[in-house]
Design a protein around this ligand. Structure first.
Ligand code: ZN
Length: 310
């Protein structure tokens, strides 16, 4: 990458952080460190009903325990709620929603989730309200963005490969404004990334479809900067039964793991293992950074440790 790297940690305060979050944070921090970049802490708290003060506190506690330093963002819960909350940025989100509405990209949808599930076996929106021309200004309906058939976006992978995503297939007419009037995740996420100047996004490969959705949104918003963003879609951790770790199952929460393990060494080693790095000698975050750095240099871009093959 030519320009200085700007990336972010973007946890959602909807429960306690788990091992999967720790891996994502550490990998992001490693990549930023490797490139002398800038790391921002962004907390996605739009989903207010699920936002709990204790989840926000948990983010700061666990980041400190993991030893992850960031260059900008809130220093603690108080500063977060008073200066950084997405709730304070509604105007910006609604301005972009208006832009999309005026440019004819939006239609209103009154389908409930269960109605969509009944029609569509894979959960993809079947286009029910596309041509109904429902009044966009009515309450209690979602706004969807029209994704024409065969909408393919290109994305830049960190290792300088280009990948393509068929947004019409993966994220058919996705929601950008929720039934309760709040902007949807996809919209808030890209608006925040644009404002921060983020040019490296590190997320699990299960969120690749979100990457496609956000790149498509950038196109609809006539933005030429976001498409230059580089992406890493990494492997995600599973539990013993092979299921994705989730915040609702407490067993893998960092909070719980701390009771079992005296220090984060174990998490650093687990991270190294997931990246196929030699892990035996790693004790501290500095050790992990050192190993990561040397392998990255050795492998010149290190496709093998970053690219997850589905
Ligand atoms: Zn509908």
């Amino acid at each position: 990458m030519d320009s200085p790297v700007i990336s972010r940690l973007a946890p959602t305060p909807s429960g306690y952080l788990h091992l999967g979050n720790a891996f994502n944070f550490l990998l992001t921090a490693l990549l930023v460190d490797f490139q002398d970049g800038h790391l921002h802490l962004r907390i996605d708290d739009l989903d207010e009903p699920r936002v709990v003060q204790s989840s926000v506190e948990d983010i700061f506690i666990q980041l400190e325990w993991l030893g992850i330093d960031y260059d900008s963002g809130p220093s603690g819960p108080d500063e977060f709620f008073s200066k950084f909350s997405q709730r304070l940025r509604m105007e910006l989100y609604h301005e972009s929603l208006e832009l999309l509405r005026k440019s004819g990209h939006i239609f209103a949808c009154e389908c409930s989730r269960s109605e969509i599930r009944q029609i569509s076996s894979n959960g993809n929106y079947p286009g029910t309200c596309r041509n109904k021309k429902l009044n966009l200004l009515k309450d209690n309906q979602t706004w969807r963005i029209l994704v024409p058939a065969q909408t393919i976006v290109s994305l830049k992978i960190f290792t300088n490969k280009i990948e393509k995503i068929d947004v019409s297939r993966e994220m058919a007419d996705f929601v950008i404004k929720r039934r309760d009037g709040l902007p949807a995740y996809q919209l808030a996420s890209i608006m925040d990334d644009l404002e921060l100047g983020v040019n490296l996004v590190v997320r699990g490969y299960d969120l690749k479809s979100s990457t496609g959705a956000q790149l498509y949104l950038a196109k609809c918003l006539n933005d030429s900067i976001f498409p230059e963003t580089h992406f890493v879609h990494h492997v995600i951790q599973t539990d013993d039964a092979g299921d994705k770790l989730s915040k609702s199952k407490g067993a893998h929460s960092i909070q719980m793991l701390r009771e079992k393990h005296r220090n984060p060494t174990w998490i650093y080693q687990e991270t190294a293992k997931l990246l196929n790095l030699p892990f035996e000698e790693i004790q501290t975050l500095e050790d992990l950074k050192e190993v990561f750095r040397s392998i990255m240099i050795l492998k010149g871009g290190a496709n093998s440790i970053l690219d997850h093959k589905n």
